[in-house]
Write a protein of this length. Structure first.
Lengths: 181, 80
């Protein structure tokens, strides 16, 4: 019997093998969404726990464990974004880009973070992956279990919301990242 | 067309701003093996729910009370 079939049948050794094969990739995906290494570790375990519980629903014939795991990881990360307290998010794993320090001042940085944190979770998810991580829309769509068109719509809305928030804070941004307070 | 261009420019600006303010994720690579933690989680879930003896005693006392004072049942139901 193949590894995936044994896993789907509930074999713990097969699950361990899959866990060790995919834990780094799942963690790397989650940490890019939640941007907190501690939370990402917890969510990686949570993701595999959900995977283990849902093993009977996995179709070994289809064989796309990676895609399945990524979708579950995305859902776990989305749940975290929905429920985590906004004030405690974006901890030490959100440093400023060194080259931007001269232009992006501390106050503006905190305003931007705040505006970003106030985005609804589903918009923050796509905004993080599309705008900051520059993931292709097709990858985001597959991971989030939505259509590519919906990803585009959510990015569009997220940008509009951020722009509105920044405008209301009196922040105007010109092209190429020059910022005027 | 014009509004599309405006949005594209806006998206570019927001992208630049976000990257400048938030920066790349540090510790993007997993630093330790999470399997021991996974095992603990599996073990914890595998254990049946344990009810402390005191809770059993409390439930028994409550049931006995209702048995000896059945008149209290309507009052109890009323307050539920």
């Amino acid at each position: 019997m193949e590894l995936l079939e044994r896993f789907a049948a509930g074999d713990l050794d097969s699950f361990e093998t899959l866990f060790r094969q995919h834990q780094k990739e799942v963690y790397a995906w989650i940490v890019r969404i939640v941007r907190d290494s501690g939370a990402a570790e917890d969510l990686t375990v949570e993701t595999f726990w959900r995977i283990y519980r849902a093993r009977a629903r996995f179709n070994p014939g289809q064989g796309n464990f990676r895609g399945w795991a990524r979708r579950i990881a995305t859902n776990a990360a989305l749940d975290h974004l929905r429920h985590a307290r906004k004030e405690t998010e974006l901890a030490e794993d959100y440093p400023a880009a060194p080259q931007g320090d001269s232009a992006v001042r501390g106050e503006l940085r905190s305003q931007l973070r705040q505006a970003f944190l106030e985005l609804p979770a589903k918009y923050r998810l796509v905004a993080t992956l599309a705008l900051i991580e520059e993931e292709p829309y097709s990858e985001i769509a597959e991971a989030a279990g939505i259509s590519e068109a919906l990803v585009k719509v959510r990015v569009f809305r997220a940008v509009r919301m951020l722009r509105k928030k920044l405008n209301s804070l009196g922040v105007a941004a010109a092209a190429r990242g020059t910022i005027v307070l | 067309m014009n509004s599309k261009m405006t949005h594209q420019e806006s998206e570019k600006e927001i992208k630049t701003l976000l990257k400048g303010a938030l920066g790349p994720v540090q510790r993007a690579e997993l630093q330790r093996d999470l399997w021991p933690e996974m095992l603990r989680r599996l073990d914890a879930q595998a254990q049946p729910l344990r009810v402390p003896w005191f809770d059993w005693a409390l439930a028994a006392a409550f049931a006995a009370g209702l048995l000896f004072y059945p008149g209290a049942i309507p009052a109890l139901l009323y307050h539920l």
